[in-house]
Write a protein that binds this ligand. Structure first.
Ligand code: FA5
Ligand code: MG
Length: 382
C-alpha cells in the first residue's frame, strides 16, 4: 500500500539513477559538472583552497535534512505535497542539493561541492522539467583562520567585518567561475534576495541575448545552522547553481527535454573537442499540435478540493512523457450557482525527434482524461 504521503509517480522514479551528470560520453551536463569541479579544484583563485566534490549523494533525504536543518519555515510553500515529491511523511526526493549541507558540515568538511539530480513538482514548459541538476558549494572558516582584525571584531560581538569578508570571498569565486564559463566579457549583476538558510542572500544574474537571467543563489550561512552542526566558532558561505540553465545558454539548447533524449542527433553534436562550447544545431523542429482539456474540480465541501495546477501537470507528464512540451492554464471560473470551479488547460504536444500522428496524440489525450477522472476524486470532464 503506498503511503498517503507518497506522490512519486513511476515516470519520476524511473529517472533516479539515470545520472546524466556522471555519463562519460560528453553529455553537456557531465561536461559542465567537470568544468565547475576543475575550477574549484585547481585554485583558479590565488590562495584558494581545494574543494572536495561529492557526486554520489543519495536522492532520498529526510524532511529534516531538506527543510528543518536549513531553517525552512513550517508553512513554507516548498514543503507542500503540491511542490515536493514525498516518499512518506519523513522522507522525500531532495528538491535542492543544499539538503546535504548540514550532513557534510557535521562530518567536518570545510570546503566542498555537492552535485546531483533534484526533484520538484513544477510547471511544464521548455525550461522546466521535474528533474534537474544542481551544483552546491560550501566554504567555512574557523574563527582563528580569519584575519586578526576580523577575529577582534567578532570577540567584541561585531559581525560586520566578517560579513564583508565572507561575501567578498563568495562573490570573488562566483564571478570568476561565471567568467571562466562564459568568457571574461560576460556582464553580470548581483541581486539581493532571501533564502531561509542564508543571510545576507544574493542571486547572480548574467546578461544574455537581451535579458538578465538568474543562474544561481548564494549567501552567508546563518549562524544558527552552523551552531546546530556543532560549529559555533565558524562562519562561511554557500551557493547553489542550476546546471541546465547554464548548459542551455552555453550551448543554445532550446528545450530542457533534450538533455534526456536517446536520439543520437543530440549527443553526437557534443563529441567534438573544442575550446569553445559547442553550439547545438536543432535537428528540424517537428510540428506541434495542441489540445485543450477542461473539467470540473471536486465540489467545495469534498476532501480533495485543495487541487493544485501541479497535480494536473504531473499527471499529464506521466501520461504523455516527453511528448508534452508545455501546459498552460487558459481558463478557470466558478459556476455562480453550484460554486464549483472549472479549469481548462491547453497542452502543447511536440516530439523532439519525430512527427506525431493525430491518432497518437488523441490516444495520449484520452489517457490524460482517464487519469483526471481516476486520480482527481470528484472531478468531472466537461
Ligand atoms: C535553491 O535551490 C537554493 N538551494 C540555492 C542556494 C544554495 C542558495 C545555497 C543559497 C545557498 P533556487 O530554487 O533559486 O535556490 O534554485 C537555484 C538555481 O537552480 C536557480 O538559480 C536556477 O539556476 C536553478 N533552478 C531552479 N529551479 C529550476 C527549474 N525548475 N529548472 C531549471 N533550473 C532551475
Ligand atoms: Mg531562485
Amino acid at each position: 500500500m503506498p503511503h498517503k504521503y507518497n506522490n512519486i509517480p513511476p515516470g519520476i522514479k524511473s529517472k533516479i539513477g539515470r545520472d546524466l551528470f556522471l555519463q562519460e560520453n560528453n553529455h553537456p551536463l557531465a561536461t559542465l559538472k567537470r568544468r565547475i569541479e576543475t575550477f574549484f579544484a585547481q585554485g583558479y583563485i590565488p590562495g584558494s583552497t581545494f574543494f572536495k566534490c561529492f557526486d554520489r549523494l543519495p536522492q532520498v533525504v529526510s524532511v529534516q535534512q531538506n527543510f528543518d536543518d536549513l531553517l525552512t519555515p513550517k508553512d513554507h510553500p516548498s514543503r507542500q505535497l503540491s511542490d515536493t515529491y514525498y516518499v512518506n511523511d519523513k522522507m522525500l526526493l531532495r528538491c535542492h542539493m543544499t539538503a546535504h549541507q548540514t550532513t557534510l558540515l557535521k562530518e567536518g568538511h570545510t570546503a566542498f561541492l555537492m552535485v546531483g539530480d533534484v526533484y520538484r513538482r513544477d510547471e511544464v514548459d521548455a525550461t522546466h522539467y521535474p528533474v534537474f541538476h544542481q551544483m552546491d558549494g560550501v566554504r567555512v572558516w574557523d574563527r582563528y583562520e580569519l584575519p586578526p582584525t576580523i577575529q577582534a571584531d567578532l570577540e567584541k560581538g561585531n559581525r560586520d567585518s566578517a560579513v564583508v569578508f565572507v561575501m567578498d570571498d563568495l562573490k570573488l569565486h562566483l564571478s570568476a567561475l561565471v567568467k571562466d564559463l562564459f568568457g571574461s566579457d560576460i556582464e553580470l549583476r548581483w541581486v539581493e534576495t532571501t533564502f531561509p538558510f542564508t543571510e545576507p542572500s544574493l542571486e547572480l544574474e548574467i546578461y544574455w541575448e537581451g535579458q538578465w537571467l538568474e543562474v544561481l543563489g548564494c549567501g552567508m550561512i546563518r549562524d544558527e545552522i552552523l551552531k546546530n552542526c556543532e560549529k559555533s566558532n565558524t562562519i562561511g558561505w554557500a551557493f547553489g547553481i542550476g546546471l541546465e540553465r547554464i548548459a542551455m545558454v552555453l550551448h543554445d539548447i532550446p528545450d530542457i527535454r533534450l538533455f534526456w533524449t536517446d536520439d543520437n542527433r543530440f549527443m553526437k553534436q557534443f563529441q567534438v573537442q573544442s575550446d569553445k562550447p559547442v553550439k547545438f544545431v536543432p535537428y528540424s523542429k517537428h510540428p506541434a499540435c495542441y489540445k485543450d482539456i477542461s473539467f470540473w474540480l471536486p465540489s467545495e465541501d469534498s476532501e480533495t478540493t485543495n487541487f493544485h495546477d501541479n497535480d494536473f501537470f504531473s499527471l499529464a507528464r506521466e501520461a504523455a512523457g516527453d511528448l508534452v512540451e508545455s501546459i498552460q492554464l487558459i481558463d478557470s471560473f466558478v459556476h455562480p450557482k453550484t460554486r464549483r470551479k472549472s479549469v481548462c488547460y491547453r497542452i502543447l504536444y511536440r516530439s523532439m525527434d519525430r512527427n506525431l500522428t493525430n491518432a497518437e496524440v488523441d490516444e495520449i489525450q484520452d489517457r490524460i482524461k482517464a487519469s483526471v477522472v481516476s486520480s482527481i476524486v470528484g472531478s468531472e470532464l466537461r
